[in-house]
Design a binder for this molecule. Structure first.
Ligand SMILES: Cc1ncc(COP(=O)(O)O)c(C=O)c1O
Length: 394
């Protein structure tokens, strides 16, 4: 369990390092390998029996000294009893869902989840006989009304990474717990710097480490954090499926995490500044940034988060598809790409997918990831491109 006297800044520096640094490098070495060998058969058998416990050296697929250090560090940051690393954020989501979903089960999924979560539910779990029901992410405690005898888990995201509604995390988590089923939250957007969902009653946090946690757009990884109750089952699912994190990715994630707190503080400040700037532009209808009142669930963000990351949405006044294309193509400092959370600014038009209700915001939604470029450079770039969105006078 977390050491109550520690703080995140110190943990990010002190954890994930060799046990003894005197006469050695301060960082964990790059660990590559498959086979571990043992002195005795009894030692081997003890490791085999404990192979689903992080820290047990058994075979490369189960982890190694560096990946165990990373898991320990993430568990501390998330206030979790255990963390299992996965090969990507999508793998973290699918491993967590597969741990609980079974044929005939009913799975509640928030309507604003990341597109690949939806694709996995609709494409894979449905084929396996799981009944997927999407719910309005702003429903809060009323999610209890949707629960059935067969409900196996509640999956949600805070905020939705395309549309940015901020759900009432404790209300949904408590409703799930009261029904005796686990809640699973994708917490990629905030990172544990700004929110630790396990302390709000969530049972399982999944995150893409390819985003802010590793932070440099050079690493694909995911993680699943939970209390002891679910830790072994999650790890067993992940290992049985054969999901595996590479040594180089572990090295890069440990390196990226060292600067997480300062990067997030920067993205918080500059992201808000950019969002405010957007809100003053005539082409902008509304800004979907959880720190702004215009964002659904802003009060939940204010209560449960200590900051905001640099990913937010901008709804432009209705215009044509061609105008949006011309605007996006005219930007020089925003790459067009699906990821976020790295050092570089990105832009992506978003078409929200909805099942439980319809996306009500009229206009064109575009998602911006603010990077480490000079904000004035980004504003000048946008300023030159925004006139492409001017609507013709009636
Ligand atoms: C909210 C969210 N969760 C998970 C993922 C998946 O992460 P990865 O790309 O590491 O598989 C993404 C990726 O875009 C995401 O936006």
């Amino acid at each position: 369990m977390p050491n109550p006297t520690s703080n995140i800044a110190d943990d990010l520096v002190q954890m994930g390092r060799p046990d003894r640094t005197a006469g050695r490098h301060v960082n964990m070495p790059l660990e590559l390998g498959s086979t571990h060998v043992f002195d005795t058969l009894a030692d081997f058998e003890a490791a085999r029996d404990a192979r689903y416990v992080s820290g047990t050296m058994y075979y490369g697929r189960y982890g190694n000294a560096a990946s165990f250090k990373l898991e320990e560090m993430l568990a501390r940051l998330e206030h979790a009893d255990a963390v299992t690393l996965t090969s990507s954020g999508v793998a973290a989501i699918t491993m967590a869902l597969l741990t609980f979903a079974r044929p005939g089960a009913h799975l509640l999924v928030a309507d604003h989840v990341y597109g690949n979560t939806r694709a996995f539910c609709d494409g894979v779990l449905t084929r396996q006989g799981v009944d997927i029901e999407y719910f309005d992410p702003m429903i809060g405690a009323d999610v209890a009304d949707l629960m059935r005898e067969t409900t196996c888990a509640v999956m949600f995201e805070a905020p939705g990474s395309g549309t940015f509604e901020m759900p009432d995390i404790p209300a949904i988590a408590i409703a799930a717990r009261a029904a005796g089923i686990p809640s699973i939250l994708d917490g990629t957007w905030a990172t544990p710097i700004f929110c630790q969902p396990l302390t709000l009653g969530v049972d399982i946090v999944v995150a893409s480490m390819s985003k802010y946690l590793s932070g440099h757009s050079d690493c694909m990884m995911g993680m699943i954090a939970s209390g002891a109750k679910h830790a072994k089952d999650i790890r067993q699912t992940t290992m049985a499926i054969g999901d595996k994190t590479g040594g180089q990715e572990v090295f890069l994630a440990l390196r990226g995490l060292r600067t997480l707190k300062m990067r997030m503080a920067y993205f918080d400040t500059v992201g808000r500044d950019m969002a405010k700037w957007f809100s003053n532009q005539p082409q902008v209808k509304t800004v979907l940034h959880p720190a702004f009142e215009s964002c659904p669930g802003h009060a939940n963000w204010k209560r449960d988060f200590s900051g905001a990351s640099g990913l937010f949405g901008v709804v432009f006044h209705p215009c044509t598809d061609d105008q949006i294309r011309t605007f996006v193509d005219a930007l020089h400092h925003f790459g067009i790409g699906v990821s976020w959370g790295g050092y570089e600014s990105l832009v992506l038009p978003v078409t929200p997918q909805r099942s439980a209700n319809t996306w009500h915001e009229e206009g064109q939604l575009v998602r911006f990831n603010i990077g480490l470029e000079e904000p004035e450079t980004l504003k000048a770039d946008l300023m030159a491109a925004l006139p492409h969105l001017n609507t013709a006078p009636e």
